[in-house]
Design a protein around this ligand. Structure first.
Ligand code: ZN
Length: 248
């Protein structure tokens, strides 16, 4: 499968034609054949917004997905004005916001402590809920440790998308590192699985296909004008000292 918007739209059409109903982490029991769409926002919230609005606008009707947002990342700040507006746009496009949680922010694998992790997830969920003005009801782990997966932790009132249920009862497929581990399109089209759990990363998708290196290079290069604009907003007469052209 190509990493283009067009190919993604085709994937959604295949899911629908194979008889799956698009459900979320709370409603999936209501469908005989269901598909949960999940997106982890590891780096680029702007790409996530474009994707969210694209999904809302799909031919054949909008799809509802869950966008998992990191609040502990150094790559975007969901509390900034721009990101807050982007989160609102994702919600307005009909999607759910979940917490993407990075356990390495708090502990190394050798110091793994499920009680502490539980507290940290509850704390970050409350912070994100406050930011979006809506209760966060699900969490996904950013690069989960083996220990975390083994523990199958239950968070009171928050669905753990990495719990055994969503991995054992569901057919889970992911495009991590811009690579499907199996032929997702074929598996979906065959329709043999009753429950699908599909993770995609909006940053990989564009109107024309790029490879992994190009996507990451463009993302890193884009940081220069973005950082310049931010410094300009916070430093009077920046252009008298240095201009954006000096970096290009
Ligand atoms: Zn992640």
């Amino acid at each position: 499968m190509k990493f283009t918007y067009e190919a993604y739209a085709r994937l959604i059409r295949t899911i629908r034609e194979a008889g799956y109903e698009m459900m979320d982490y709370h409603s999936f029991h209501n469908a005989k054949k269901c598909c949960i769409l999940r997106h982890d926002v590891d780096m680029d919230l702007g790409a996530a917004v474009d994707f969210a609005e694209f999904e809302a606008d799909l031919e054949g009707g909008p799809v509802k997905a869950t966008y998992f947002i990191l609040i502990s990342s150094g790559l975007y700040n969901p509390y900034s004005k721009e990101c807050a507006e982007n989160l609102k746009r994702i919600v307005r496009a009909g999607h759910e916001i979940g917490l993407h949680f990075d356990e390495k922010r708090y502990m190394d694998e050798e110091d793994f402590d499920s009680g502490r992790l539980l507290e940290c997830v509850i704390h970050e969920s409350a912070l994100l809920s406050d930011m979006i003005g809506k209760r966060v009801r699900c969490v996904s782990m950013h690069r989960p440790s083996k220990r975390f997966l083994e523990e199958n932790i239950h968070f009171e009132g928050i669905v753990n998308s990495y719990s055994k249920k969503f991995f054992k009862e569901f057919k889970y497929m992911s495009d991590s590192r811009m690579r499907w581990r199996e032929d997702a399109e074929r598996i979906i089209a065959e329709g043999k699985e009753q429950k699908l759990h599909i993770l995609t990363h909006p940053i990989w998708y564009a109107h024309s296909e790029k490879n992994l290196r190009d996507v990451l290079q463009a993302y890193i290069y884009a940081a220069i004008p973005e950082r310049y604009a931010l410094v300009k907003d916070n430093f009077t007469n920046l252009q008298e000292v240095i201009s954006l052209e000096d970096f290009i």
